[in-house]
Write a protein that binds this ligand. Sequence first.
Ligand code: NAD
Length: 333
Amino acid sequence: MCPTIVPYTYEAKKEKRIYFTSLLKDMKILVATEKPFARKAVDGIRSIVEEAGYQLELLEKYTEKAALLAAVADADALIIRSDKVTAEVIAAAKNLKIVVRAGAGYDNVDLEAAKARGIVVMNTPGQNSNAVAELAIAFMIYMSRNRFTPGTGCEIQGKRLGIHAYGNVGKLVGRKGKALGMEVVAYDPFITDDAVFAADGVKRVSSVEELYKVSDYLSLHIPATEQTRKSIGYDLLMSMPKGATLVNTARKEVIDEAGVIAALSEREDLKYITDIAPDAAAEMAEKFGKRFFATPKKMGAETAEANINAGLAAARQIVAFFKTGDTRFQVNK
Ligand code: NAD
């Protein structure tokens, strides 16, 4: 159990909830989650949606695509987690105007198919970043201590931490690394302002190659895109310092698994830990023993806090979109 958190939006507003009965039928907001939100998050989402005068429908723990196709048929808005919104789902959703992915990565949504229909797709940036950043730090310590098995480990203090992509999660990992006495360097070609790095006491490096070459721990935070797919592999790993660890809380698609296997086979000092099980997880576990670990199920954002934050943000973004046309978090412009 986590210490109890009482989200203001849920507890405080519950008492003064107002039902706009005449408007309830206007908009149907569907929450479709194979892996449901925490109950508190669902209650909070319901509260926001109903206060706005809309109707909430839940489709949880569905196992068949057909259930999703049927549920979206008359939905005006859709809130999802890692659920796949394919072109088929979009085609089935005749009234759909907006999809919000409660989370950061949105590679589970067919952006083009949505755009072709004029459907706005949003994510909820930053809402689960702390959860993921804490896991990345935990991963480093876990691997440094031989996955909590007997034997002499090492400390992360005084080591160099490389951050690949300095976005919402990367920044928090960098700050936490600094607080733990690490030297932090980062690479992000899309951040042009040096002050962003300097504000956190982080040194910017000018290339991916340089980043991997100097990092004892490399924390990966690039999104999965055409450009990044399979971009982390043999050459980058082989260039890392002795005893280095690659920490992946991003996506498995950015990893060239054959390259990682080749590098860890050739260099017995390298380690790889990931929150997204590789396709070759069984082979890696067998070949590399304590030098490899994958969480049984993606758990970066699996905290009560992140769950609630992302769910409530998704509901608020939908209400703002319908009430004021706010498209600030749109990712398929
Ligand atoms: P973000 O959008 O805030 O940051 C992404 C950063 O990547 C941006 O700063 C961008 O400039 C940078 N970037 C984009 N392309 C790049 C490239 N080719 N090279 C280097 N940098 C590049 O995203 P975030 O919230 O920090 O999340 C990062 C990723 O983590 C997400 O895309 C998602 O895939 C993953 N994630 C995983 C979990 C989990 O449960 N493990 C949870 C949340 C996010």
